[in-house]
Design a protein around this ligand. Sequence first.
Ligand code: NAI
Ligand code: SOE
Length: 390
Amino acid sequence: MRKLKVGMIGGGFMAKAHSLAMTAAPMFFDDGIILEKYKIADVSLESAKAAAHKLGFTSYTDSWQEIIDDKEIDIVDIVTPNHLHEEMAVAAAEAGKHIICEKPLGRNSEETRRMLEAVERAGVKHQVAFNYRKTPAVELAKKYIEDGEIGRILSFRGTYLQDWSANPDSPLSWRFQESSAGSGALGDIGTHVIDLAHYLVSDIEQVMAMTKTWVKERPIQGGVADSLGKIKTDSCKKGLVDVDDQLITLLRFENGAVGSLEATRNAWGRHNYLTFEIHGEKGSLYFNYERRDELQVCFSEDPDDRRGYKTIYTGAAHPYGDGLWPIPGLGIGYSEVKMVEMHDFLKALQQDTTCQPSFLEGHRISEVCDAILRSAANNQWEITKSLSIK
Ligand code: NAI
Ligand code: SOE
């Protein structure tokens, strides 16, 4: 069994999810690697110490550069706000560390291109944390498509709707500022749908988009970590929101399919409503993350009086079923999905294969985001691929 040491940068929401995944992965899967939670960095010694104790790291620091400079560290796990990803990932690559970095990979495709170039130059492993494709039901959808069971894909309809920022008093955190987030609902949650679209259908070639910022000012949130909508009564000073609250986009895919994408964090009643419906010439697939153990499938060849969506509950017979819980319906949660993501990362390290999704996929998603913002500004169809990338 190989033991690799992890340096984590950031001690918030995703630090918890990744730490849990590191501990859990060897309990569910046999990847031949055990991760040691070695050192964690946060903005102050106090917050880094608290994170280290809570998440099980041996040491802590208030300087992320210390993680990069530490020769003992094999893997750098970047779980900070988006504007920090580039500098940290490039430094980690130059120091020869393998990297897992949270999504979106960067604020825009200029940043993600430089990140991709850095990891390719250094020859290190690199994975971007678009975790939802790791849901067994999504992998099952991929299998149906690859096996040709729904035929040629005609259309994709994807949504990611949440409501944690629908209240105008929900505070202004790093997620509402272009300087720290890059974009709003687009980069934060729309990117997850773009990843699923690329994974299941094909690359998005052209977009025609509309964006809206519904709440233009929000009470400023104290502290660095995002409270994700939790309202603090003492925050009365307001700051400007300069990112999108909502986007609606038409899509043209490289393989000829058409589609749409909607994302907002201002949709009352929707919590983590990440859905897709894919229509093919021979059938359809429907997935809703709020019912993540289920994939709905419909086949044209069923008799007229029996045709309709049926629900498959994922379990031992399905992707990742050899490691996850043995009985369909026991249910998996967000932690299991993040654990499967970590398992795939470890497998790629152990077997010396390319991580999926890698910084290349992360960069392509950023190019689509840039095109969506250009399209919304120019009110016209935009091509997503920059000429520099094949
Ligand atoms: P958060 O706001 O909860 O935590 C960020 C942490 O980074 C805080 O502890 C903060 O103090 C720390 N930090 C900020 N600047 C730092 C610096 N210079 N050095 C060291 N630490 C620093 O943020 P959250 O929700 O954990 O998001 C982090 C990343 O994960 C973002 O890129 C976000 O988009 C992504 N994310 C992905 C999710 C997924 O489902 N894949 C879910 C939530 C977030
Ligand atoms: C907030 O919108 C958030 O935490 C996103 O940042 C994540 O990527 C998403 O998975 C859950 O919601």
